[in-house]
Design a protein around this ligand. Sequence first.
Ligand code: ATP
Ligand code: MG
Length: 329
Amino acid sequence: MISIKDLVVSFDTFRGKLQAVRGVSLHINKGEIVCLVGESGSGKSVTAQSMLRLINDRSIQSGSIEIDGFNILKSDKKSLARFRGKHCGMIFQEPGRSFDPLYTIGKTFHETIKAHNKTISDKAIFEKSLSLLKEVGIYNAEERLGNYPHQLSGGQLQRVMIALSIASDPDYLIADEPTTALDVTIQRKIVELIKRLSFERGLTVVFITHDLSLVKDFADKVIVMYSGIILEQGKVDDIFNHPKHPYTRALIKSIPKAGANYKNEKLISIEGVVPDPVYPPPGCPFASRCLYTQSICTVQIPHSIQTDAYSQYRCILTPEELKTRGDVC
Ligand SMILES: Nc1ncnc2c1ncn2[C@@H]1O[C@H](COP(=O)(O)OP(=O)(O)OP(=O)(O)O)[C@@H](O)[C@H]1O
Ligand SMILES: [Mg+2]
């Protein structure tokens, strides 16, 4: 289980303190696929990187992060490196930039597998590399091990990256926008691959995306972030069918509809811009873009209201009140 309590992360910039994450708390149960969604700059990557303490220690101001009872923020560097290597895999947005262009795919596998298991033989590494490549749907695996990264397409490289991230049989996989650099048909295939691996290996997945349309058939749980704060979280069906925060509702409304004729129909977007992270407003960060803003909304951030074991939202409107209002955008 991943448990984060009151995480605050800020960066010193020449303009002042940039408040990237402002008190995030969340629980992710074993085997769940949890999607972190929100507009650019909402603090998704910083939250995910904090889970593995990939953020500069100085920037993590307060809070606690535990994975299976292991205290990520308080552990010494050596135990942390051992824990990360054994239990957690990470996939990044642009696979092309994550590979050394001078290493063949086989050499990258060799280094990665050897780093996790010093006594493993070269033959066993070769066999494990082949089996991992096959597991992620690379069929001419033997030939691919001799290739350099530039000889593979973006989709193939992302599959290789996923294979590398599961090489140490981790329990957790953190995927930060792994499909953004890929075209739409490949995006779906990568999402299906991660879903299959999660099912077959019992992997717990934290999947970051700003594309809500990818999430629907994939996630168990959705966490909606905005301006460094979680505005809503809940089970995927609840989020899509009964969003409790105006921001979640606006995000869902702005998903382009398949088959819609946008010559006659307006593509919906959320008016306004996200707040400046150096000077975030004292109240609800969505207040300046929300149609239902009342004076109290600009004064303080609403408390998080828990409606069941999975669902929480931060809004002064009750879900019933929100339902009876018109569209937010
Ligand atoms: N190392 C850093 N130094 C300074 N500011 C940073 C650093 N990393 C992130 N930020 C800032 O923190 C805020 C949150 O960034 P983060 O990368 O978490 O956003 P995000 O939700 O992942 O956005 P995107 O969808 O664009 O990837 C942004 O304003 C970003 O510019
Ligand atoms: Mg990001």
